[in-house]
Ligand binder design. Structure first.
Ligand code: ADP
Ligand code: K
Ligand code: ZN
Length: 429
């Protein structure tokens, strides 16, 4: 039933395992120049429960940058076999190094993740994410092979070839970025195929924030089951937390990571079930352990147990990054609030873009929204009505009224990889 019995391990035993691995991690991390200095006064014997992790200092993205490239390595460079780098969505990139043992652990976690949402070795998996430095390429790839799936490294783009591969090889599992999935569904229809007749059954979607409404839209438009996949290069890449078939949050693999959720301002743990910043510690990494890493990703632990029987706690879908927050007229707004509102409307198509502009002395938000062809009609009144309705729905959610601009489908430029949701034009004339 489970890929690995550890997935349903008794909580007490799982926490014991975490403590044991945390102690090993501390001892190992100290072999690196960075943690050698930072953890100088720490005694591994002081760690008796997972909560004792709060005795350790945080590690930030700036730490990783200042230690670039080799400051966190616990072994001679000779022992490493792979390097990935973060896509650098925010600032200078950082590099992550893997030993062969790390690659094996990662592939196992990835295989477990895909198994938990229903992938089996009889499936054929097409990886439509970009390969290269981005971990969504090789990370998913080796995990899919580890599970035993026939794996097609299609890479990003070229929708025609993607469709042909899917049809020729009976592809049942897709790994696809959510913002691309909506666009792809449309391209499949345009190419003259009925999505209901495509061989796929499972889409693994992740790598960027998306709402429940966007997931439902993908499932509907593609006629597929879509499962949320969370990871970050600092924690290997994908395979950190993954949805099971229940689709009620992502199991975070606690035999490999210790996760905490903190108030980003105080650094203290939030109350159970409250939203905050996810902080992660690797407890199964050999060459480059990272302790109490501030992910900047906002989420919460979902209280209670999952119907699937797995005991590893679930995190909720990522509400955004702490860095994503926009402040407009004194109101805090996250892009996902806007997506949630837009994607819940049947008239709205695949893509949207938020622009922040300066008009006179005040900041304004412009929201460009693609409208489905059947709603993009000649009737001016109907369009104005729709425009007003969208602005009103948005105002109910974000408390300010943005300017809404209706766009034809496929007219808002699409990013190659992760979607760009917000463009700040306030510095422009
Ligand atoms: P970068 O920080 O340059 O984008 P990564 O490729 O390591 O580098 O991306 C990791 C980040 O992507 C995460 O910290 C998170 O913000 C985002 N992310 C990954 N998976 C998801 C997901 N399922 N939902 C929301 N955001 C995600
Ligand atoms: K197979
Ligand atoms: Zn579950």
């Amino acid at each position: 039933m489970y890929y690995d019995p550890v997935e349903a391990m008794d909580r007490a035993a799982l926490e014991e395992l975490q403590v044991e691995r945390l102690k090993e991690t501390i001892a190992n991390a100290r072999k690196s120049p960075f943690y050698g200095a930072r953890l100088a006064g720490v005694n591994p014997e002081d760690f008796k429960t997972p909560a004792d992790i709060t005795k350790l200092p945080f590690t930030t993205k700036d730490d990783l940058r200042s230690q670039y490239p080799h400051g966190l390595l616990t072994r001679p460079l000779d022992d490493f076999v792979r390097l990935h780098a973060s896509s650098g969505t925010t600032g200078t990139p950082t590099a992550v190094f893997y030993t062969q043992k790390d690659l094996d652990t990662w592939a196992d976690l990835m295989a477990r993740s895909m198994h938990c949402c229903g992938c089996r070795k009889s499936d054929v998996c097409q990886n439509m994410s970009g390969y290269g430095l981005f971990t969504g390429g090789l990370g998913i790839h080796y995990g899919a092979e580890r599970l035993g799936m026939l794996t097609i490294p299609a890479g990003a783009g070229n929708t025609k070839r993607q469709i042909k591969l899917i049809r020729d090889h009976n592809v049942s599992v897709l790994h696809i970025i959510p913002s691309f999935a909506l666009y792809f569904a449309q391209k499949v229809e345009e190419a003259g195929y009925n999505v209901k007749e495509m061989p796929w059954r499972i889409a693994l979607i992740g790598a960027e924030p998306h709402t429940e409404e966007a997931r439902r839209k993908i499932e509907e438009m593609m006629h597929i089951k879509a499962y949320n996949s969370y990871g970050l290069s600092e924690m290997n890449g994908p395979g950190v937390a993954f949805e099971c078939v229940e689709q009620k949050g992502m199991h975070l693999w606690e035999d490999a990571y210790i996760a905490e959720i903190i108030n980003p301002d105080t650094g203290e743990h939030v109350a159970e079930g409250e939203i905050g910043e996810l902080v992660m510690t690797t407890i199964l990494r050999d060459g480059m352990p990272i302790i109490r890493y501030r992910t900047r990703d906002l989420t919460r632990f979902i209280p209670g147990q999952c119907g699937c029987g797995r005991t590893h706690r679930r995190i909720d879908r990522i509400a955004g990054r702490a860095d994503d927050m926009m402040i407009l007229k004194g109101v805090n707004i996250y892009p996902m609030q806007i997506e949630q509102t837009l994607m819940a409307m049947p008239e709205v198509g695949q893509n949207y873009l938020i622009e922040l502009v300066r008009e006179g002395v005040s900041d304004q938000m412009r929201v460009k929204v693609e409208i489905k062809d059947e709603f993009f009609v000649e009737d001016m009144r109907a369009l104005q009505g729709l425009q007003k309705q969208i602005a009103k729905n948005l105002c109910n959610e974000i408390l300010i009224t943005p300017r809404v601009e209706l766009c034809q489908s496929d007219s808002i430029p699409k990013a190659e990889g992760k979607a760009v949701r917000v463009v700040d034009r306030r510095g422009e004339e």
